[in-house]
Design a protein around this ligand. Sequence first.
Ligand code: NIG
Ligand code: FE
Length: 398
Amino acid sequence: MSLLLTGIAELTTNDPERRDGHTDPGDALLGIVRDAALVVSAAGEVEWVGPAAKAPAADDRRDLGGRAVIPGFVDSHTHLVFAGDRSAEFAARMTGTPYDGGGIAVSVAATRAASDDDLRALVASRVAEMRAQGTTTVEIKSGYGLTLDDELRSLRVARELTPHTTFLGAHVVPGEYATRRAAYVDLVTGPMLDAVVADGPTALAESIDVFCEPHSAHAFDGDEARTVLEAGRAAGLSLRVHGNQLGHGPGVRLACELGARSVDHCTFLDDADVEALAAARGTTVATLLPGVEFSTRSPYPDARALIDAGVDVALASDCNPGTCYSSSIPFAIALAVREMGMTPAEALHAATAVSARSLGLDRRVAPGQPAELAVIDAPSHLHLAYRAGVPIVRALDV
Ligand code: NIG
Ligand code: FE
């Protein structure tokens, strides 16, 4: 049965072909159509998009009552595969204890101890929580297993819920390797990586990631990160990088040099980092994660300066038990607008079109695209940041 959706006060298409005719730059960026309708095919694809007055007939019809429809959020950076509780670490941080990555070991121990079924249920409930807030596509990393078997298990659990899985064996050096860092890098780039790609380069993981952070004793320096990324690339994986989160460092430039799809955090950037990101436009996206700055009480990156320098800027949640246990993209959008100088339109574009691109996806609402949509209980996308903290957006079931 095809379905005609009407009563759409404002439709964000992200379609460059719908940029013309707008006087507002935000409307142009988002390819907005007002008083819109769209037809979804029986196969769940967008079949027709345009003004309601010109809508064709369909088998079924639903009136959305003057709401706004947007592309579903693409959360391109999450760590959903974990067990255990680190709320006390968050509380301690709010009274001054800084974040240094050491708490990851707590999640690793709890994740290793969890049963397959418990882990599967935890991840599924987090994905459902995201969908209830408008996220229809999610990337999920491993990284709380840190043994060959536990990393494979994490990726398998994630793969049951999304094709966009990322091997993060190089999250931190686990305790049992603390005095043998090189041996752990050998394990990640040797037996672990071999097992991840054993059934084909993307059978279990689409990408490889590394926590490149010389400011953490637990994470990896630039040389170690390069070794991990080059091994992943040789094995056929796309590259993603955690870079420049806790201080200035080599992560951003390394990601740009190696053609990573995304370098994430970008909290501490110098001019050379911004130049490298601008030069890497079209290849490497800077994914900002403002929920992390919020939850670790850190300075926010200057998204305005990055966009003005020509950098591709995405937004994601980084949902994880340590630095940001929020799965909410609307919260990230509100922070981006309030704290990082992004316009509401830029923030929505960053959390849909640009984050999608960092996963090799197209997130336009246009004929032939999957109908991955979200609906807002409000007449425009401006309400996402304006009504911060109010649950007005959810995935649209069609
Ligand atoms: O993206 N920085 C590294 N990894 C996560 C935090 C992991 C944790 O603390 O559990 C992040 O912030
Ligand atoms: Fe992360």
